[in-house]
Ligand binder design. Structure first.
Ligand SMILES: *Cc1c(COP(=O)(O)O)cnc(C)c1O
Length: 474
């Protein structure tokens, strides 16, 4: 066989024009779009050219590559069009994992989103009158039912609620509406930073309010707030310490004391709750976390909280409280810029209905919180048994799950973990391989072992996790 030089091989590559008229490629245009197919064809040709000039392809290999050219182009264009956002299996045991999308939605919420997304809806339309309606009408009634204060017999004046894009937006809107140009008093022990650059002093300055810090990091007294109140003071702000704790020599006023102080000076008390539980966390063994109703009952005028933390719904910022203050926030033009779309209302409405019906089981985050150590242990044992292979060592051990999302930072739920080692791979390598699976699996690595917490894995996916691990170990 006569040796063929690089220039000749290069000449045997088809031009883009010729390729573009190839019926096989043209049939891809309908699926992927002409531009994307041509781009993939160019990239594939340029790779072949490179392989020829670097001597990787002789005539035979090139002919083989050319006969598979269309399928190489198709796989390249398909690759370039896969979704970037994809579902993952969260085996970390952190229920409201901020990096993994916080709360998964209930099936009813997803069905309701699909129904509202696919057609026109009464988003801002009153069917009874045919007049223009308000979008928050769809959730206000549900919040009223959930937040009515039966203890104080104040059900007629139950809190009003509006919804914005996230809790950061809720805090911004509350401060801008109630305190722009004036002073807001906050304890130095509550000047928090929440992941992803939400910092109280910065939100305060964006809102146009002036921060008046009082007290010290570990101790702030009612007196500290009191002596800072002056004619420019517009409100007292309390911020939940969502992601840290101060222990030891500490002191802070009770909510009741701050309410009394604020109301004595005719200024409102606003509380950024962060998590925003609509249920008592003592039901899952966690003490000391205020619920939304606890704060309102104690007399806090306005509370802000996230929709996708303890509530277990869609990303949203929720503002509940005094009807007049909430309606002034609704009237602020900033509200228009921070409002949420119909899909968020649909998901929130369905999630709130589950609460009204007392159906915790249907809200995934609540269902995961309610799982017992024994229930998780039984699944972990089953998974460990399936993994018994020469290369994988799986052991079931005691551990702790986290609620995450800034709820009770140091409170944990008892769980059972599958602890894995693999004779061929380090723990870091094994967890990296798990992340490359489809769907990707995210696990914890501790002390040279990969730890899987099935609390946050839907039971139907236990076998997907097992299959992935067996494939990696094979
Ligand atoms: C989480 C949190 C926020 C930010 O809420 P997003 O919904 O993420 O915008 C603000 N304040 C506190 C106290 C929080 O815990």
């Amino acid at each position: 066989m006569k040796a063929v030089g690089h220039p000749e091989l290069l000449r045997s590559l088809p031009s883009i024009d010729v390729l573009g008229r190839n019926p096989e490629l043209q049939s891809l245009y309908i699926i992927y779009g002409r531009g994307a197919v041509i781009d993939a064809a160019r990239a594939t040709l340029s790779q072949l050219r490179q392989e020829i000039t670097s001597g990787l392809l002789d005539e035979d290999k090139l002919n083989l590559a050319l006969s598979a050219l269309s399928s190489a182009i198709e796989s390249r264009v398909r690759q370039s069009q896969t979704y970037s956002l994809c579902g993952v299996i969260n085996a970390t045991g952190v229920i409201l994992h901020t990096n993994l999308g916080r709360a998964p939605l209930s099936e009813t919420a997803i069905d309701h989103i699909a129904e509202i997304a696919a057609q026109y809806s009464n988003l801002e339309f009153e069917l009874a009158t045919g007049l223009r309606g308000k979008r928050d009408a769809h959730i206000d009634g549900l919040f009223r039912q959930l937040l009515k204060d039966e203890l104080a017999g104040k059900s007629e004046e139950a809190a009003s609620t509006i919804v914005v894009n996230n809790n950061a937006a809720a805090v911004l809107l509350a401060l801008n509406t109630l305190a722009e140009g004036g002073e807001v008093i906050v304890s130095r022990g509550e000047l928090v930073e929440i992941g992803g650059s939400f910092r109280i002093p910065e939100v305060m300055s964006k809102s146009g309010a002036i921060l008046r810090e009082v007290g010290t990091t570990n101790r702030t007294r009612v007196r500290d707030y009191e002596s800072a109140i002056n004619e420019r003071t517009r409100l007292l702000l309390r911020v939940h310490r969502s992601n840290f704790e101060i222990t030891g020599f500490t002191e802070e006023p009770s909510t009741a004391d701050l309410v009394a102080l604020a109301h004595g000076h005719q200024i409102p008390l606003v509380e950024d709750l962060g998590g925003g539980a609509l249920f008592d966390l003592r039901s899952i063994g966690i003490a000391g976390e205020p619920t939304v109703l606890d704060s309102l009952r104690a007399g806090v005028d306005v509370v802000t909280y996230s929709g996708d933390k303890l509530l277990g719904g869609p990303q949203a910022g929720i503002i509940s409280g005094s009807a007049s203050l909430v309606s002034s926030m609704r009237a602020n033009s900033l509200f228009r810029a921070l409002r949420v779309d119909k899909l968020t209302y649909a998901a929130l409405e369905a999630t709130l209905l589950a609460y009204v019906r007392g159906n915790r089981e249907s809200v995934p985050a609540l269902r995961m919180m309610d799982l017992t150590r024994e229930q998780i242990g039984a699944r972990a044992e089953k998974l460990a048994r399936r993994l018994a292979s020469a290369k994988l060592h799986a052991e079931v051990i005691d551990g702790e799950s986290l609620i995450g999302g800034g709820a009770a930072p140091s409170s944990t739920l008892p769980t059972r973990l599958v602890a894995l080692t693999c004779s061929d791979l380090s723990a870091d390598e094994l967890s990296a391989r798990l992340r490359r699976e489809s769907p990707p699996i995210v696990a914890r690595v501790e002390e040279g072992r990969v730890l899987l917490d099935l609390r946050t894995v839907p039971p139907a996916q236990d076998s997907t996790v097992a299959d992935s691990l067996l494939r990696i170990a094979a």
